[in-house]
Ligand binder design. Sequence first.
Ligand SMILES: Nc1ncnc2c1ncn2[C@@H]1O[C@H](COP(=O)(O)OP(=O)(O)OP(=O)(O)O)[C@@H](O)[C@H]1O
Ligand SMILES: [Mg+2]
Length: 328
Amino acid sequence: MYRPEAATVNGAGSPPAEPAPDESAGPLDARSTIDLRADEAAERVRSVLDALDAELVGLAGVKRRIRETAALLMVDRARARFGLSASKPSLHMSFTGGPGTGKTTVALRMAEILHALGYLRVPRVYPVTRDDLVGQFIGHTAPKTKEALARAAGGVLFIDEAYYLYRPDNERDYGQEAIEILLQEMESARGSLVVIFAGYEDRMETFFSSNPGLSSRVAHHIEFEDYTTGELAEIAELMLTRDDYRLSEQGRAAFLEYLDRRRAMPRFANARSVRNALERARLRQANRLVAGHGQVGRDDLMLITEQDVRGSRVFIDPLETGLEDPAV
Ligand SMILES: Nc1ncnc2c1ncn2[C@@H]1O[C@H](COP(=O)(O)OP(=O)(O)OP(=O)(O)O)[C@@H](O)[C@H]1O
Ligand SMILES: [Mg+2]
């Protein structure tokens, strides 16, 4: 049957449940074509992807996976316009990687993309940990988990260090109850809620292998690798530029040395450690300027020098000082 494009408007008066292009119009003629890139949602997705590129150094694999997910949903929208079956794909995910590798940041961008493409109602991430979901006493867990699900509804429920939900050694643990409720919701709420399980890779693997029901409902596994020293240096430059600071040439060399030392120490947290190191360098810069001659210009206020970097205790042998936390 031939139906001219947008000739009929069905369901007039009832607003579409979600923003999809021309949802109110009938399906397109089989011979017509549409430009996937000209869609208004595609435009918004592109701007989120551009922001992601500008804001996050490296993470090539992660960025590729996000583009793939966006492409899948864009094609689904196009299929819907031709009246083809476009059942919503399951987009529950796991983000595995070390501390400070960008998992939380990427989750926020993912929520924006899924919202732009009409998959989520709100571009929001609701972060939780075990304590937000699991109660201490009998009867406390279900209401807690359900409340978290209700708060996250329409957006992303981000479960950080998800493996703490599961404690096989403790028979009376209520984590399993929380997992069961999550499972039901993940199955039934397809499209209205995305659950992202985040944590370190090895422990996540154990968690998923002990919970096959969960694992089979998580279709997308995205891995965040530790950053190289070069990437960490680039991240530092990005953070400094954003805040109107810059490293002197010797300062830059000293910072590379700092990174090599720091990453070999305990509690190294990738980009977060970089952020913290820069905070402390700023502190030392301020002290240097205040203790100095008193006269400062614009450039003095922007410049982080070698001295500001080398003031870190990371440059002192921690064995010699017996420091608890060498990263100060
Ligand atoms: N690739 C990157 N480029 C620039 N900044 C980054 C990058 N990755 C992370 N950051 C910054 O580092 C900080 C920590 O990132 P984020 O909180 O997303 O990491 P995380 O993986 O969630 O860490 P955790 O596992 O400890 O929760 C944030 O300020 C973020 O903006
Ligand atoms: Mg995080």
